[in-house]
Design a protein around this ligand. Sequence first.
Ligand code: SF4
Length: 647
Amino acid sequence: MTAAAATAKEPPRARRPGAWALFANNRLAAAGLVILVAIVLVALAAPLLPLPPPDITDPANRLIRPLQEGHLLGTDQLGRDLLSRLLYGTRMSLAVGVSATLVAALIGSLLGLIAGYAGGRTDNVLMRGIDMLMAFPYILLALAIVAVLGPGLMNALYAIAVVNIPFFARNIRGITLGLARREFVDAARLSGKSNVAILGTEILPNVLPTIVITMSTTVGWMILETAGLSFLGLGAQPPQADLGSMLGEGRKLLFNAPHVSIIPGVMIFAIVMSINLVGDGIRDLLDPRLRSGALARPAARTAVNRESVADAPREENANALLALEGLNTRFEVGDEIYHAVNEVDLKLNAEDCLGVVGESGSGKSVTAMSILGLVPTPAGRIVGGRVNFHGDDLLSVPLERLRTLRGGAIACIFQDPLSSLHPLFPVGEQVAEAIRAHQPLSKEEVRQRTLELLQLVQIPNAEQRLSAYPHELSGGMRQRVCIAMALANDPEVVIADEPTTALDVTVQAQMLRLLNRLRRERNAAVLFITHDFGVVSEICDRVAVMYAGRIVETGPAEDVIHAPAHPYTRKLIDCVPVLGEQDRQLDAIPGLPPAVNRLPEGCAFADRCDRARDDCRVGNVELAALNKEGRAVRCLYPLVEGAEGSG
Ligand code: SF4
């Protein structure tokens, strides 16, 4: 079968759950929406319902209690039907609150966009104007505006809108300020777009989610403010009903006829609460970090749901420092299951450096993060296998023990030091914090240890650098600080997740030498995640090559590099440029890895493999031993002889 034919048969791409499915996943937001829709529908249907007019008085039937015939919610002090006034009052309060929100959002966002984009004098003039508005307590400002314009619902609307303009203007100006200096805006300028076009097509789409989120979270507040003005007699005027004026009228009868004030109070509470819940749901929905999975924040450790688990490590791993046995980690997004890590076995002894190599998305980082339960749940979940550390299964130890191991006996170094370090704390303080988290040392001892660590990772002028902030250091220096933090508690295992990818080649070489020296001096084992075989040849003793969540080849690094057995390993090695060999063809791997939620039958690499035969596409291709030195390959027709499945 050709790759083209295989592609033609490829099942449709997995769809992410839609916006509605994600929203419905947030139970509180969905409940808020149901309540809000019910209130709005009933309020809109008020003229169609068999209700008496809301303003008709009937003194003979004043202050009737609720649940009486003809007056479901009773009557007020003038004998007006409370249900009728409640529904008409709700219509009015919703209309005023939503209108005030729209006006404030429109004017405030426009001011914020212009100020943030133009900068300089325009920004200064607009923001000083906004500051003047903010200088007054907002409710006093609203009262002053209504006092000038005169009492009435429309004037209350203007007042509420005006006092909320600064809120939108400040928020949107801050975001626009950051966006206006981004490269995509420069590119739009270079393409000849006008300022108005850039604001409309480049900046606005980026700030729109923030505007929507701000609106959804403030509309409830504005309804409350409108009710407040009406309560003070400055909004709706008699006999017009709105929730605030009903509350104000009922206040005098709180002890004689509490239902007159409680009923509009409960309605205000229900509206504001439901709008806030819906606002929270919309905010979560528009947050790209939460959009890919469920709408919950990640748990403190990865969820583990194993059907069965071995009581003890396998015999061959009994004395291993760290051993992964049949690890299975997946992501559950809606109905889709992404098998990120499948039956992965890895083993590390003291001083070992094991390289885990593969393209982006091959599962190497998820494998490493599963060790300490750092894969976010939702949507990540460990569904099988054991992670043995000194024989203990880390997947079943209590969270407290896992916390002591994180940054203690098992430390991590991540790819981007700038995002790993806190931008607002000096680096010395951050290294000290890593020490204090695990060691009860005095202040002076912590300072001394911090200094030693910075010197150990060869930071020049270490003493002066203690007070430097991350942005004051170069990329290489920042990564040295991260390595110092990882070594702070003499870890037995260091997980290094592409720690040199963001560095230039000279700094990369220094970092590799440093890591190599430190692991030998301190007997630490290193699990080195990388996509670069050049890096593997520099530092690793053993290597495991991952493809589509599985180990496809493993063995001593030197043997694998000089005589790869799996066609994928061969291709990865051929992609590494060699200095001085400009005539050498870099053999790019054709096609893309398969989606891990639609893994094909047989060998996952078959569509990209030039040695593929029909039998590669059936059954399960097992990892087969090649020799007694621990070499193994998952291929039916490996490039070197010796595998049980070799053809
Ligand atoms: S089993 Fe080996 S030869 Fe067959 S497709 Fe996979 S990698 Fe290629």
